[in-house]
Ligand binder design. Structure first.
Ligand code: KG4
Ligand code: ZN
Length: 351
C-alpha cells in the first residue's frame, strides 16, 4: 500500500511516500530563515510560502522517487492542530490530488503523527505513554492504538519549545533558539536550585511554563551582561571568542528545570496508570524539543526506573516532517478510516 503524506501545519512544507510501513522517499522545505527575521513564525507569510512551494515540492518528490502519481493509493495530510491558513494549503492540495480518483483521503492529527513517527524505525510497544514536546505543544497522551489516543495532560500556557525559544530570544539568540540553549548547557553543570520547577504542587498532568519564563526574564534583566550583543553573535558562543561559563550555567539550569518538570509529570502519569490498572509497555517522547539532550537522558531514566521501553524517534523524525503523516495515514487506512472531500482543517483543540 502506497501512501503520500503532506505536512504544512506550521513552517515546513513537506511530502513523503510510505509503503507498507517503510519510508520510500521524502522532500522538505523549511521557512525558518524567513521567520527568523521576525523572531517567530508569521502566520500570513507561512501560508503564502506553503502556497508558493507546494506544487513544486510535490513534483520534485515524484521526480526524485521515480513514483508515478497514479501509483499513490492514499493521500494523508496534517489536518491540525496548526496554523489555519497553512493547514488549508495542505488540505486543499490533498483534495486536489484525490478528487475524481479512487485514492483515499485521510486527515491526520499532527500531534498523534509526531508520537507514532518512530514506528517507521522500530516496533512501538503499545499501550504507551506519549510525551509530545514541540514549539506549539506540550502534552501527555495514553496511546492504546493509532486511533485511540487519550489526552491526559497539556500545557495551560506556553509550550516547552516556546519557553526555550523565548528564553533564547531574551538572550539575543536567533529563532528558534532551543538548540543553542541545549548546546550551551552541555558546557556546564546545572544549578538545580536556581529556578523553581513550575506547576508541580498539584496532582494533575498539566504543565505551565509561563512562570519559569518570567523567572528567566527577571534573572536575565538582573544580569544583562549575559545577553549577546546582537542576533549575529551566536557564533561567538562556540568559537572560543566569548566567555560563556556563566551563560552555560544558566542554560544548564534552565535545561534541568524543564527536563525535571517533565520527569515529575511523566512519573506521575506512570503511577496514575498503574493505579488505574492500565498496563503500559513504553514511553514515547516526540516533537522538536525531544531533540534536547537533557530531556532525552531524563526520559531514559524514567523509562529505566519503571522498566519500560523508551522510544525516541531519530532527530529528523522529531521535527515537523511528512513521513510521520504518511505513516499515520497508512495506520488509519489499515483500521478502515478515510475522509470525504468535506475534510476540514482543525487549527486547535478538537480531534
Ligand atoms: O516539532 P517542532 O519542529 O515544531 C513544532 O511543531 O512546534 O518543534 C520546534 C521546537 C522549537 O521550539 C525549537 O526551539 C525546539 O523544538 N527545539 C529544541 C531543540 N531542538 C529543537 N528545544 C530544546 N533543545 C533542542 N535541542
Ligand atoms: Zn509539529
Amino acid at each position: 500500500m502506497l501512501t503520500l503524506g503532506i505536512e504544512s501545519s506550521c513552517d515546513e512544507t513537506a511530502f513523503a511516500l510510505v509503503k507498507d510501513g517503510k519510508l520510500l522517499d521524502s522532500v522538505i522545505s523549511t521557512q525558518i530563515d524567513i521567520h527568523a527575521l521576525f523572531g517567530g513564525v508569521v502566520p500570513e507569510i507561512a501560508s503564502r510560502e506553503h502556497y508558493r512551494l507546494i506544487g513544486y515540492l510535490y513534483d520534485s518528490l515524484l521526480a526524485k522517487s521515480g513514483i508515478d502519481a497514479a501509483q499513490i493509493e492514499n493521500v494523508a495530510v496534517s489536518r491540525g492542530p496548526g496554523l489555519l491558513g497553512s493547514l488549508l494549503v495542505g488540505v486543499g492540495f490533498a483534495k486536489g490530488l484525490v478528487a475524481g480518483t479512487n485514492k483515499k483521503l485521510i486527515g491526520v492529527n499532527h500531534l498523534h503523527a509526531h508520537l507514532l513517527a518512530a514506528g517507521l524505525e522500530q516496533d512501538i510497544k503499545l499501550p504507551a505513554l506519549g510525551l509530545l514536546v514541540s514549539g506549539g505543544h506540550t502534552q501527555i497522551f495514553l496511546i492504546r492504538a493509532a486511533d485511540d489516543f487519550v489526552e491526559l495532560g497539556k500545557t495551560l500556557d506556553d509550550a516547552a519549545g516556546e519557553a526555550f525559544d523565548k528564553v533564547a530570544k531574551m538572550l539575543n539568540m536567533p529563532y528558534p533558539g532551543g538548540k543553542f540553549i541545549d548546546q550551551l548547557g552541555k558546557l556546564a553543570a546545572p544549578d538545580k536550585k536556581r529556578f523553581t520547577r513550575p506547576y508541580l504542587d498539584n496532582t494533575n498532568l498539566n504543565f505551565s511554563f509561563s512562570g519559569l519564563k518570567t523567572a528567566l526574564s527577571l534573572y536575565i534583566e538582573a544580569h544583562p551582561h549575559l545577553k549577546l550583543p546582537s542576533l549575529n553573535g551566536v557564533d561567538e558562543l562556540f568559537n572560543g571568542t566569548r566567555e560563556v561559563a556563566e551563560l552555560a550555567e544558566l542554560c544548564a539550569s534552565f535545561n534541568f528545570t524543564v527536563a525535571d518538570t517533565l520527569r515529575v509529570k511523566m512519573q506521575r502519569a506512570v503511577d496514575q496508570r498503574k493505579e488505574q490498572g492500565d498496563a503500559i509497555n513504553s514511553i514515547i517522547v516526540a516533537g522538536g524539543v525531544a531533540a534536547n539532550s537533557v530531556i532525552r537522558d531524563t526520559m531514559a531514566e524514567v523509562a529505566k526506573n519503571n522498566k519500560l521501553t523508551l522510544t525516541l524517534p531519530s532527530l529528523s523524525l522529531c521535527t515537523d516532517n511528512a513521513s510521520m503523516v504518511a505513516y499515520m495515514g497508512e495506520q488509519l487506512v489499515l483500521k478502515g478510516y478515510s475522509h470525504g472531500l468535506d475534510l476540514d482543517a482543525i487549527p486547535r483543540g478538537r480531534k
